[in-house]
Design a protein around this ligand. Sequence first.
Ligand code: CTP
Ligand code: CA
Length: 218
Amino acid sequence: ATKEVSALPLAGQSLLITAGPTREAIDPVRYISNHSSGKMGFALAKAAADMGATVTLVSGPVNLSTPEGVTRIDVESAQNMLDAVMDNVDKKDIFIGCAAVADYRISDIATCKIKKSAEEMQLALVRNPDILATVASLPNRPFVVGFAAETHDVEAYARDKLKRKNLNMIAANDVSVAGLGFNADANALRVFWPHGSQDLPATDKLTLARQLLSLIVK
Ligand code: CTP
Ligand code: CA
């Protein structure tokens, strides 16, 4: 049995993965969010655990059950997610940022429910911290893998994020293709690293997760 365990491709490796959307409060009863289901991040957590890794999964609000053997930390906002990541990133070998983090939050969250009055209203927003770039800038950083959700010019934008955020690898998905990626069961990825790339054609997210992790192992 010992021999079997050590033969697993991620045996002895610890992974930190973010998944799902974040939820940015407007007032006590309302929020801004996105359509991320968390399925890709949860598939990565399951596949990594199956491959022998120790897995910590930081998840925004999703309707998914925790894969067996995975340590899950639930968060709401981007700031909560950053805090949970910073509390858990120490000594991790691999970080995968799969979450659809809200780029902006409300500047001043109302403490009471906002009442409707005028015909028009504006919400002031402020940029959220970039969790992936923050991890990539740490001393003794893990191997850092990002995702990129794009609707056009997928390779150019993905390569720009790879470089700008100083990542080891980025997995891009074209979210303009109906039935793939965001909130879907299937996905297709185009994976880029500084001197190479690989297309992972459309399939279910668990299969894609295994293929992406195999690339990371390589
Ligand atoms: N990401 C993050 N923290 C943020 C925003 C994004 O960690 N505040 C991570 C995502 O988890 C993903 C990667 O950055 O791994 C790319 O996210 P994406 O939304 O595609 O890119 P952005 O850098 O936010 O740029 P834009 O939305 O303008 O394309
Ligand atoms: Ca974004």
